[in-house]
Write a protein of this length. Sequence first.
Length: 213
Amino acid sequence: NSISPGEIEEFVFTLKNVGTTNLKNIDFSWEQTEDILLTVNSDNKVFIDSLKIGEEKNISFFISASSAATADLYKLDLILSYQNEADSTTVTQNSSAGVYVGGNTDFEIIFDEQSNGEYVFTIANIGSNDATSVKISLDENSKWKTSSKISEIIGNLNKGDYTTISFEFKEASGPLQFNVAYTDTSGKRVTSIEKVEMISSNEQGFKNKCRKN
């Protein structure tokens, strides 16, 4: 499982009785010692009356990751205790699981200005995670045609940061579409498609309306 900083996700644990006796008075809980991951609107403990041989039950928690969390793999400590129905012997099991905090991010591209065929745009990382090795390319399906370069490498773009890019176009028609390729915090290469609608205006040059595809 993975979760982005500041987001809330539903985590589901499955308990199954794989033994030869019915179980009763079952307590299941988890904890994360650094408090990077915490439950939302509930406790981190669940009580189950009984679990018959071969029976399984799903337990769900809504978990939030701290918005200040550093991208990393965090350990959950899992604690399960139960009694055998036959002799009421109490057994406690301890185990662990890993949850990755981080992942991909979102971008927004807006048009700034145009002069002598050069169009300047601002690209911002509006998501919850950093992006490295960011490359902006004109999508091959775009009806906008460049007179020079078709891509630009801008390097790293941390969450909340922005920078400018520029392209020279010789043909302009329809929506302008860019491909934003980057490496997310898990090391995976991701490509995001961003569309910028360029609307001609005699008085104010070009305006834009940006939307995520």
